[in-house]
Design a protein around this ligand. Sequence first.
Ligand code: GLN
Ligand code: ZN
Length: 777
Amino acid sequence: MLTQNLGYPRIGSHRELKKICENYWADKTGYKNVLQVGKNIRHENWLMQKEAGIDVIPSNDFSFYDHVLDHSLTFGAIPKRYNEVILKKGNSELDLYFAMARGYQKEGLDVVAMEMTKWFDTNYHYIVPEFYKDQPFKLFSTKIVDEFYEAKQLGIITKPVLIGPVSYLLLGKEKETGFDKIDLIKNLLPVYLDILSRLDALDVEYVQFDEPFLTLDLDEKAKKAYEFVYKEIRKAFPRLKIVLATYFEGLGNNLALATSLPINVLHIDLVRSETQLNDVLSALNEKTTLSLGLVDGRNIWKNDFEKSLSIIDQAVEKLGSDRVWIAPSCSLIHSPVDLTNETNEQDLSSEIKQWLAFAKQKVAETVILKKLATKESPASTLQKLEENKIAIGNRKSSDLIHNQQVKQRVLALKDEDAERLSSFASRKIKQQSLNLPAYATTTIGSFPQTAEVRSWRAKFKNGTYTLDEYNTLIAEETAKAVKWQEEIDLDVLVHGEFERNDMVEYFGELLNGFAFSKNGWVQSYGSRCVKPPITFGDVSRPEAMTVKWTAYAQSLTSKYIKGMLTGPVTILQWSFVRNDQPRSVTCTQIALAIRDEVCDLENAGIKIIQIDEPAIREGLPLRKADWQNYLNWAVKAFKISASGIQDETQIHTHMCYSEFNDIIQNIADMDADVITIETSRSQMELLDAFADFKYPNEIGPGVYDIHSPRVPKREEMVHLLKKAKAVIPSEQLWVNPDCGLKTRGWDETKKALIEMVEAAKEMRKSEAVLTAEQEIN
Ligand code: GLN
Ligand code: ZN
């Protein structure tokens, strides 16, 4: 029995990678220093895993930005627009690489970055490979081989990790028509063979191919590609030990395919799909070893050793202990690095800490599981098992976690609690008392979070400002924002969210059942890391969270202030979620807390309340067959949060993406009175989905893109609104930007919103002329 790791966090235990890269991009440090920091991180990771006792240690899991981009560079899949970057004197391979990741605007060149998108259903983003017709591939970077050699010099024979050829192609995007990316497999295979022969020359033993697409719905062509490519690799390297890694879901109907491939070790994710074990055990052929992904690579909970041991026993009974490996469920890049960095009792109490394991602790767990399973356990390991039992038992009964009142409230929920009092049609009539014009203008919530605003928060946290001083500053900023919105004549105002650090963290900090680490950073993309809250216990709301600031803003104006909340699905989706109850239950608990907040806002005289749900779509399960179940509870949670109020109170929701086609029915089921969405980048194309569906409620299609500092012209927005009006009746339309303005500066924000308000007025005017003409006729 061996242990393996599939990948270790590369950001460094104190985000060293972020710091050095950002300094390099700002021209504050040199190329050699960047390489050195990368090397230090790799060495530290390898040596740590070796010391911990991992048998098969990964290499090429390090990356300066993104591992998918590493592969594109390695395979020479470099879009032509970067040629000039390559040719520019003094530019290194790293400069080209960063140019592909981030774009290149220097010395007269202006080359855009490659596209970025989410890595399966995680919060990690990868750089999407670009494929062109007859896309050539050739070995461009020898990173994979170099890093194997680097570890070898340290005395560690690593297992290079490559994205498998089929998954690599499926991750990419065809940038021209007239071909199917999967057909590129024949061009791509020789580069894999080239890399493997170089590794072979250095006496590589294991190579890991990540093929996460084997857990998704596959078409026949992709299945054929799998058969073809692994047969060819096997033919060329009969003795190479191939580890095929699958994760994020069960193999499902791809099980026969996966077990038919000529590989040596099949890795499966038993955290995401515990039930697949029996099927895999029966389907596995006698030549293949099974790697059990038992330690959760995507969450922060301690492994339940007793439970894992019983799974290992099952596998050993069937396969014998030689054909069983122990591993984390997937790469540990989705876990924070090291729990021992959490030293502040106030942030994370020791009671909560005893339930947690970050990447370094997960490596240790993997090794302990093997020792316990093979009964080669010294007393100290047996002691660990006892400690583990105590921690797991304590979590089951801790008062910190379990709140009977909350559990009762969830159980007592009735269907009608998820429904508004009346249908949208009747609500719309009652909401006419709001007296809003056609093409009512509003924003999505946040105004610029300037360096100054952030510095107030930092100064309050480090004790430079008292709470009163901090509150005064926030109040002044809020008052300024309200006044300015009145001046430019927006119809529905917001308070600006100046008091919020982040749309999930802000609420998590005010709710019971959430904890925060100091150092629990996880890579989101490139140098950007996030620190998701930890939902560890039943969620309740000790007191109102937003009423003070919203009511304050409302007291300053006779126009409506729109209350601003983050929805239950988004709070769930962007947190580490507890694994001792279904996600749907945790989500419902959060929904009840938000519902209470909505009611409190209504009681405080707030007539319009927005519940943001930007994460509802990304929560979709990987397999289509699981979608409906998720959508049922997610939509219901939103509705629970939005339904405790009178018909006259108007509920808005906001989502910032543009693929609605496949879930439009569910969006309609959410029954928000108004939805604001992203549409400007697609030139309102997305509205067709709403029009075809005959979406009944009101819509605010974003009329300009807030992701760019460019100030949109009035005519552009009028043009977009006319397009919108062509498919959606004007009494259903709102006018707003695509998303919140927190990342923008005030200057461009002011200019853009002034134009936006004028564009709406122009629309109203032309509409008035039209109606007048109709009346005359
Ligand atoms: N209300 C939030 C804001 O304006 C919404 C952010 C989001 O959609 N991600 O910032
Ligand atoms: Zn948004």
